[in-house]
Structure formats: structure tokens, C-alpha cells
Design a protein around this ligand. Structure first.
Ligand SMILES: Nc1ncnc2c1ncn2[C@@H]1O[C@H](COP(=O)(O)OP(=O)(O)OP(=O)(O)O)[C@@H](O)[C@H]1O
Length: 972
């Protein structure tokens, strides 16, 4: 039991809150279940039974037959062709499920996408870790059979939804955070609290996920021991190579080029020249094509091109491989496959050979040294010889060849789509820009920019081809407005909804306002509120009492609890739009799985930073929007795109980039400001290296010395070290040193004078105080009169190198009439900055994860409209994305993020449409500190466009590299 029931300190109510949550949740669930069940039984029983019966009649084979003849027989049994196609596709993807089950899924969802998403949610699959969902859900309408978590995650916690307002980080209330932290700290007492906080935050405050991640922290996250072993050997290899090669920038992967430029040739792909007339941004994305060798040149159906159709298209030699690939017996490998293997062993690069399971770089080098392999006999002799190679590796080649084939299949399908889209775009361009009209239903006072009209047209084309997409324009180019215009276009054309727009909570009000301003005809329903409010809302929605075209909700509440999730599975949505769609970059996250299950015909992702880290993340986004296209290939894609190249600028690496470009080309539209918003003033970045204050430097050195001698090497410990150094580099009061044990003993005794603590045990009070930082203790002293004399002196509060510089910078900026947005990673740091601003008499407002939703837009408006307010203080997590602060022209990053893309998002709150002045970005870095290392790593990341984040273990990956760096800088 802790003794300070204060907002910012220790907490007492976690157990009580949990038990309350459980009981109220349980009883509500039961009632809701009964009603849902009743509705389901009433509404669907008759037709469901008839259709099920029909299916049982017709499908006794493994698959429902596809031929025209059989289709007739199916039609006779009243299953539509559409339904049959969907079921067949599902059978391909989920062969372990009975047709009956799959039929029910198809029947309860409106689209193939929805059905696949549902299946992925309910059944998972065997290769991407999604089977985690398996045990959790019974079916679409029934309640989950899963156990209730002991500590409920923020996204599941109904009681805290009103408080948990930081969707982008899914942050629950401060109290809840502390309770989760405390619990995690108990499990992992050696890890620094701030590290645990970061890990929890990265896992959306999901205790179990965070714990899991921490426990496997030093592993790669691979599912099988084999994978882990392989990954280990790869990472150790790449570490070995890091200094020489892997950290060098790879120009071919620059983000904007990656998204817009022409793919370089890939194997078995031949280039087709681009029509010279196509010069617009859209054509840049979609025109230049490559095409597979074709056996027949006829245009195939654009949508849902089946694998069997593709197989006809792909070279027969490649085609024939797949049958043989399943054979484990070397003697049974067909001649054709043997030829392929020989060719692979003969021609593959080091990286490609390293893709073979069990093939280390050393072995790959050995294979290369044993070349040439001309005959199967050569292979057998060399692989049996005492060369450290085994015939297992030859079998491994089969798997690699099969994986390549899957990726080629996919590329082939994407290629066809891209060709079709290109044709349409060409027509639009030939007809001239004037042919693209802004929807009449849009507010006539507003005019879309030309590039926005192109974006609108692109969305319309996707829609016409029944495709989903990612609008990835750079931050501030008006993705919101383009999405609204598109929904307005649909409205005008009779598609009036229902649509769902899911957004981070900090942008909810902005969306509602923009919808009202730009298209007042669209009826908007805000799905937000307490558990009780949402229950009424659900009832109204489901019973048709409320009229709407669009529901706007937040990431937390769309999938907040079983009832919310059930609502969005039941609603047959036309479009589901996801703002800040990069939040879906991790296909193994719970959020991803839940949102996948939303029943929408089309999905549209909006993101300014679609490719923050690696190709795999992008594949995650693509899989989200087009599961029918990608979900059967995710494991192969993952493998193809997650391995790092050991040879910089290798042809293998370039090939992969080219392949990824080809795959994503039809589904992503990205324009950058420098291309389309030429009148926007520039953004100028400066890095201010701040010397630490004398006292701070001494403390930092002392800490550094102590940490250096701590016996470690363990990554987890190194992360602790990093966090401790970061805190000291920012402000000494983030640590605990001025409040000595003697002082705390005296304070604990004094606390007994407080009516709230008169019967407490001072030893326990002191125990609680021991884990607080100096600033927390100082704030405590301000709170309780009995210990107010223990408050720290002003000089100590102001004593940091960054504050000294900040004081000067702020006064200079104020004089010039500039306005400032200041970001920090640490909310406690913001508390101390607040103190500085008050001391300097600067007016400010503040927004962080604990700012109530209802107050956010008001704060933003207040700042944007009142020039007297000099500074806007924001936490990078809560205020870093989605909001418009173009009235400020200076961004100060008090402390930088581990992921530079988060900083980029933050900078662009000011650098966006509407900005009239040059935007100055100032990064404060404590000289000679760990922050300088972070900056270096961040710059590498931006250059490489590929950071250490891997799917499922972002924090682990980031910290891994940081830890490496730190190790070097500590001389360990
Ligand atoms: N055609 C237009 N006319 C007037 N204002 C516009 C237009 N397009 C966009 N804006 C304004 O520009 C600002 C940025 O637009 P918006 O928020 O849609 O950008 P975004 O691309 O979604 O940014 P982010 O990625 O940061 O969320 C908004 O204030 C918006 O109202």
C-alpha cells in the first residue's frame, strides 16, 4: 500500500479499480451478450439455416468447385457466385477450418476483406503469430472465451476510457500508468522505472505484452528456436559488419524516392518504358511499369486475382517447382528443381545464400568458394564432403525458392493492378486537370489544391477498382481534407455510408470540425464517451434510431471493449478510414488484430510517415488494407523483407527494394511538400549543443563512472543505463540525490501531522519516498504543508545546461515576435519547464497524455488565436501528431526521441499548410552526453530509412542498437 494518493505520485486504488472493473464489466457483458444473442437469433436464424443447408448439400469436396458448370449447380442451391468465390478464397487461406465455419463467416460479413479479417482474428494463422487470437474468440457475435487479464490493458479498460485520452500511445490515466509500472517493476525489479514506462507505452500500456517483450528482450522475437538461432547468427553477423558496412547510408532506400521513383529491375522482370506525357505526381507514382513475361496478354480481372490464375502467368519452370518443393527426400527432387537449386547455389549472392535456413555467413562463403556447381553430382559431392556443409542446406534452398515464388506471385498480382491503374490515370491526365472536379457537396468557400484534386481522383480510382489504399502525403498537405472530399464524392454518388473514421484522440475534435466545415451535408456521429454513454449510443446505432453517414471515434474506443468491437464487426461499413495509419505498422499487435476485424468494404489509411523503419512495417500496412491480397503471403514477405543485408549496396538489397516498390505501387500515394506546396516557407533545423551546468556535469560524470563500473553487458541493464544518463543530461532533478535518506526520514515523520497520514507507518512512507525523483519529492512538499519547508531552492530547479540556453533562446525569440512549440519526451520534464516559464514570465499552455480529451481542441484554438501565449508545451507522444499549430514558427525539441520519425512528426505541427513564416526547428542536445549518441543514431536512421525497429519488438530493437552504442561509448 502506498501513501500518496496524488495525481502525480503513488497510487492506492489499482486493486480496487481492477476488481470494480471486473465485476461491472462482467455483469454488463452478460446482459449485452444476451441481447446480442437474442438479436442474432431473431434476425438471422431462418436465412442462416437455409444457406447452411445449401452449403452442406453442394460442397462435399475439399473445395467448392469453380467451373462454370459447377457454379450453375451452386446457384441452384442458392449460393451466389460471389459467396462461393469468397468461400473458396477462405478455404485456400484457412484450410484447417471447415467449410461450414467459413460459410458462417462469409454470411456474417459483407466483404471478402471483412471475412478474411474476421478469420484472421478468430482463427489466426500458423506462421505470423496471429494464432494468439485463436483462443480468445469464439465467433463474431459471441463473447470471447478468453480469460480476463489480471491487469487490464488501457484499450480494454472501460473504467479508464474517459481518462485514457492519449490514443496514439493509448495512455491510461496517470494513476493507472503508475499501477502498471509498479506491477511490472515488481516482476522486473532490476529495470529502471523509466525504461519500464517506455516499454509499457510502446505496448500501448498492455501489461502482458510489455512483460512478454521485456522477457524476450534479448531474443529476436522469432517464434521458433530455429528462427531464433538463425536470427541470432544473422544479427551477430551484422553486428560484426556494422562498422564497416551496414550503417552506411543506402541511397536506394530514401523514403520519398522509395515511394515515388521507378522500381529498378528485378529478376524475371523486364522494363516497359513510360509514356512521356505522364508527368504529374500521380503518374510518377503509378506510371512506370515493369511486367512479368506473359504467356497470354489478355487483361485479367483486377480484383482478387487468384493464385491459380497467376500460376498460369508465371514461367512454367518456376511453376513446376512448387510441387517438388514439399518433398523432403533428396532423391525424389525432380530434375527441374535440381536445376533450379544448382542455379541458385551457383549464382546467389552471399545474402541470398544466408536466407537458407541453417546457412551462416561462413557457410555461405564456403558455398561460394566451392563454385562452380554445374551438375547435381557436384552439389552432392561438395555438400557431403567435409566442408562443414550438409545436404540439409540443399533442402533449405527449396524453401527459399518457394518463398521467392510466393513473392513473385504477389508481385505479379500487384503488377496487374498497377497496369490497370496506370491506364486510368493516363486517361485522366490526357483529359486534363480540368476533368477533375471538386464534389459539389463540398463547401464552396473552400477550394482543393490541384494536388489534392489528384489525390481525390486517385481515391476514386481505387474505389472504382474495389481496392483499398494508403494516402501517404507528407504531414500538413491536407490528407484530412482529401479524405473528407472523397467521402463527399461518395455521398454525391449515392454511397452515403456508413463509414467509420478512427483517429488519435488529440485529433478527434479537429476531424469533426473539418467535416462540419468542408462538408456540412455529411451527418457525423461521434462515438465517444463513458461506458454508459457508449452503451446508449450502440443501442441507438443498432436500432437505427440515430441517423448518420460517418461515425468518428478514437483508436481506444473503436476497439475499447468487447461491446465496442462487436459494434464495429456488426456494422456493415462502406469505408473505414484510419488517421495516423502508421499506428498499424505492427501486425502482431493487439490493436492491429482488433482493428482488422472491423467489418468494412474498403479501408483507407492516412499517414505522413508510412515507412518509418523497414519494409516489413509497410507490408504490415498493406496487409491491413488488403488482407485478401497479402495475408496468405505475410510470412514469406516478412522473411524476404526483414533480413538485413550484409553487403551494402548489394544487388540483393536493391532487388528487395525494387520488389517492395513493385508490390506497393498501386496502393500508396505520397507527395512531399517540396514537390507540391512550393509556396510553403522552408523549415530550417539547428542543433544546439548545450554544455551542462557545473553541478549537472559533476553529477553526470559521477553517474557515468558508477554505471560504467556496474558489471553489465546485459542489454536490459544497458537500457537502464541509457535512461538514467538521458535523465541526468536533461535535468538533475529527474534523479534522486538532493533528498537524502535523513531528509526523507524527517519528512516521513512530519507527514504524520497530515490528517490523511496520521495513522501511517513512517517507515513505509519513507519507503515510498525513496523511489521518487527529486522533482516529485519537491512537488510533494508543495502539496503537504507539514513538509513544505523541505521544498528545493529555486536555483536547483533552474540548474540545467539546457535551461541556461533555453532562457536565452526564448528571450531572443520573444523579441523577434516568434512563437514557440516545445516538445519533451518526459512529462516530468515538462513540469520543470513549466516552472522555468513561470519564472521567466512567459505565457504558455500545455497538452500531454493526461490532458482531458474535451480540453484539447480548446487549448489548440486558444494558442492559435491568442498571440500573447508565447509557448505551447507538448509531450511528443500526445501532441506530436495530427494537430495543427501553424501559428507558431519555432519548434524546440527539448529532448529528442529515440525514433527520429516521431520528432519529424512533431516538427511538422508547425511546418504545414497555412504556415507563412520560415519554421525554425531547434534540437537541444546536452554536449558530451548520451544524447549526442542518440542524435548520431537518429541521423543514421533517417539516412538509412531503416532503423532498428522490427515487427513486434520495436523497443527491443531500438534499445538494442542504443545499447550497442552505449557499450562502445562506455568502453565496455
Ligand atoms: N485546400 C485547402 N484550403 C484551405 N486549407 C486547407 C486546405 N487543405 C488543407 N488545409 C488546411 O491545412 C492544414 C493541414 O491539413 P491536414 O490537417 O488535413 O493535413 P494532414 O496531411 O492530415 O496532416 P498530418 O499528417 O499532420 O495529420 C489544416 O489546417 C487544413 O484545414
Amino acid at each position: 500500500m502506498s501513501f500518496f494518493n496524488l495525481d502525480r505520485f503513488r497510487f492506492q486504488r489499482d486493486n480496487a479499480a481492477d476488481s470494480h472493473c471486473k465485476s461491472s464489466d462482467g455483469s454488463n457483458s452478460d446482459k449485452e451478450n444476451q441481447r446480442a444473442h437474442q438479436r442474432k437469433t431473431d434476425g438471422r436464424c431462418a436465412s442462416g439455416k437455409a444457406s447452411r443447408h445449401a452449403l452442406e448439400d453442394v460442397s462435399t469436396d475439399d473445395k467448392i468447385v469453380r467451373t462454370g458448370k459447377d457454379t450453375t449447380s451452386v446457384t441452384k442451391h442458392q449460393i451466389s457466385k460471389d459467396m462461393e468465390d469468397k468461400i473458396n478464397k477462405l478455404i485456400e487461406m484457412f484450410p484447417q477450418k471447415s467449410k461450414k465455419d467459413l460459410f458462417e463467416v462469409v454470411e456474417s460479413t459483407s466483404t471478402l476483406e471483412g471475412a478474411i479479417a474476421h478469420c484472421l482474428m478468430v482463427y489466426g494463422d500458423d506462421d505470423s503469430g496471429r494464432q494468439k487470437g485463436k483462443a480468445r474468440y469464439k465467433d463474431d457475435n459471441n463473447q470471447p472465451t478468453k480469460r480476463r487479464k489480471i491487469v487490464r490493458s488501457a484499450s480494454e479498460s472501460e473504467d479508464e476510457e474517459e481518462d485514457s485520452d492519449d490514443e496514439e500511445s493509448q495512455e491510461p490515466s496517470r494513476e493507472r500508468q503508475e499501477a502498471l509500472l509498479k506491477k511490472l517493476k515488481k516482476k522486473l525489479p532490476d529495470i529502471e522505472k523509466e525504461v519500464l514506462r517506455d516499454v509499457l507505452r510502446e505496448h500501448d500500456w498492455d501489461y502482458e505484452n510489455a512483460l512478454g517483450s521485456l522477457l524476450v528482450f534479448s531474443s529476436t522475437g522469432s517464434s521458433s528456436p530455429e528462427d531464433q538461432r538463425k536470427q541470432k547468427s544473422k544479427s551477430s553477423h551484422s553486428r560484426g559488419k556494422k562498422d564497416k558496412s551496414s550503417q552506411k547510408p543506402d541511397s536506394s532506400s530514401s523514403l520519398s524516392r522509395w515511394l515515388t521513383a521507378v522500381p529498378s529491375p528485378v529478376p524475371k522482370v523486364s522494363s516497359v518504358s513510360t509514356p512521356k506525357t505522364q508527368k504529374s505526381a500521380v503518374s510518377k507514382i503509378m506510371t512506370k511499369n515493369t511486367s512479368f513475361k506473359r504467356k497470354r496478354g489478355d487483361e485479367l480481372l483486377l480484383n482478387y486475382v487468384s493464385a491459380s490464375e497467376d500460376e498460369e502467368e508465371i514461367d512454367s519452370d518456376v511453376e513446376s517447382i512448387s510441387d517438388d518443393l514439399d518433398s523432403e527426400d533428396e532423391d525424389s527432387i525432380s530434375g527441374n528443381l535440381k536445376d533450379k537449386i544448382i542455379q541458385f547455389l551457383q549464382e546467389a549472392s552471399l545474402d541470398e545464400l544466408a536466407l537458407i535456413s541453417g546457412c551462416s555467413i561462413k557457410k555461405a562463403q564456403k558455398i561460394i568458394s566451392l563454385r562452380p556447381f554445374n551438375t547435381w553430382k557436384d552439389v552432392k559431392e561438395q555438400f557431403y564432403k567435409d566442408n562443414g556443409l550438409s545436404i540439409e542446406l540443399v533442402h533449405g534452398c527449396k524453401v527459399v525458392l518457394k518463398e521467392r515464388q510466393v513473392v513473385r506471385d504477389l508481385m505479379g498480382r500487384c503488377e496487374k493492378i498497377a497496369q490497370k491503374m496506370t491506364k486510368d490515370v493516363t486517361q485522366v491526365i490526357e483529359a486534363g486537370m480540368g476533368s477533375i472536379k471538386q464534389p459539389k457537396v463540398l463547401n464552396r468557400n473552400f477550394k482543393l489544391q490541384p494536388y489534392q484534386l489528384i489525390g481525390l481522383k486517385w481515391l476514386i480510382l481505387l474505389h472504382q477498382h474495389k481496392l483499398s489504399g494508403i494516402l501517404a502525403d507528407e504531414m500538413g498537405l491536407g490528407k484530412t481534407i482529401q479524405a473528407i472530399s472523397f467521402l463527399a464524392h461518395l455521398y454525391e454518388n449515392g454511397i452515403k455510408g456508413p463509414h467509420l473514421i478512427t483517429v488519435p484522440s488529440s485529433t478527434l475534435d479537429n476531424w469533426v470540425r473539418e467535416l462540419g466545415l468542408w462538408c456540412p451535408s455529411l451527418k457525423v456521429l461521434i462515438y465517444y464517451g463513458s461506458v454508459e454513454d457508449r452503451r446508449y449510443l450502440r443501442q441507438d446505432i443498432l436500432s437505427g434510431l440515430v441517423e448518420f453517414n460517418i461515425i468518428v471515434s478514437t483508436y481506444n474506443l473503436t476497439i475499447g471493449n468487447d461491446h465496442d468491437r462487436s459494434l464495429f464487426r456488426k456494422l456493415r461499413l462502406k469505408y473505414a478510414v484510419f488517421d495516423e495509419g502508421h499506428m498499424l505498422k505492427n501486425m502482431n499487435s493487439q490493436r492491429y488484430r482488433h482493428l482488422m476485424a472491423i467489418n468494412a468494404e474498403h479501408r483507407l489509411l492516412l499517414t505522413g510517415t508510412p515507412l518509418q523503419n523497414n519494409l516489413l512495417e509497410l507490408m504490415s500496412l498493406l496487409n491491413f488494407i488488403m488482407p485478401s491480397m497479402f495475408s496468405s503471403s505475410t510470412s514469406q514477405i516478412s522473411k524476404m523483407f526483414s533480413t538485413r543485408s550484409s553487403e551494402e549496396e548489394s544487388s540483393f538489397h536493391k532487388k528487395r527494394i525494387a520488389q517492395a516498390k513493385l508490390i506497393m505501387k498501386p496502393f500508396i500515394l505520397r507527395r512531399v511538400k517540396s514537390e507540391v506546396l512550393k509556396q510553403l516557407p522552408p523549415k530550417v533545423e539547428s542543433i544546439e549543443m548545450c554544455p551542462m551546468s557545473d553541478a549537472q556535469q559533476k553529477l553526470y560524470d559521477k553517474l557515468f563512472k558508477r554505471l560504467k563500473t556496474t558489471p553489465n553487458g546485459d542489454k536490459r541493464e544497458l537500457c537502464n543505463v541509457m535512461m538514467q544518463l538521458r535523465k541526468m543530461a536533461n535535468h538533475p532533478l529527474l534523479h534522486h540525490q538532493y533528498y537524502t535518506s535523513d531528509k526523507l526520514a524527517a519528512m516521513s515523520k512530519a507527514m504524520l501531522k497530515e490528517p490523511t497520514h496520521f495513522d501511517a507507518d513512517p517507515a513505509l512512507i519513507q519507503e515510498d519516498m525513496e523511489v521518487m525523483s527529486d522533482f516529485e519529492l519537491h512537488s510533494l512538499c508543495k502539496q503537504y504543508s507539514s513538509i513544505s519547508s523541505f521544498q528545493l531552492e529555486k536555483a536547483l530547479l533552474l540548474d540545467s545546461g539546457k535551461f541556461a540556453l533555453l532562457t536565452k533562446i526564448l528571450s531572443r525569440l520573444k523579441e523577434k515576435g516568434d512563437r514557440v512549440v516545445l516538445f519533451s519526451q518526459f512529462t516530468m520534464m515538462l513540469d520543470i519547464v513549466e516552472f522555468l516559464l513561470k519564472h521567466l514570465d512567459h505565457q504558455f499552455v500545455r497538452l500531454d497524455g493526461s490532458t482531458p480529451m474535451a480540453e484539447r481542441i480548446g487549448l489548440i484554438d486558444k494558442y492559435n488565436t491568442n498571440p500573447e501565449i508565447f509557448v505551447f508545451l507538448l509531450s511528443t507522444r500526445a501532441g506530436g501528431q495530427g494537430i495543427n499549430l501553424a501559428s507558431a514558427n519555432t519548434v524546440i525539441l527539448h529532448d529528442i526521441d529515440c525514433n527520429p520519425f516521431n520528432d519529424k512528426q512533431a516538427e511538422d505541427r508547425c511546418h504545414r499548410m497555412g504556415q507563412t513564416r520560415t519554421v525554425q526547428v531547434i534540437k537541444l542536445i546536452s554536449r558530451g552526453s548520451i544524447e549526442a549518441c542518440m542524435l548520431r543514431v537518429g541521423q543514421e536512421k533517417l539516412k538509412l530509412e531503416q532503423d532498428m525497429t522490427t515487427d513486434g519488438d520495436e523497443v527491443g530493437a531500438i534499445t538494442e542498437q542504443m545499447a550497442e552504442l552505449l557499450k562502445v561509448s562506455l568502453g565496455l
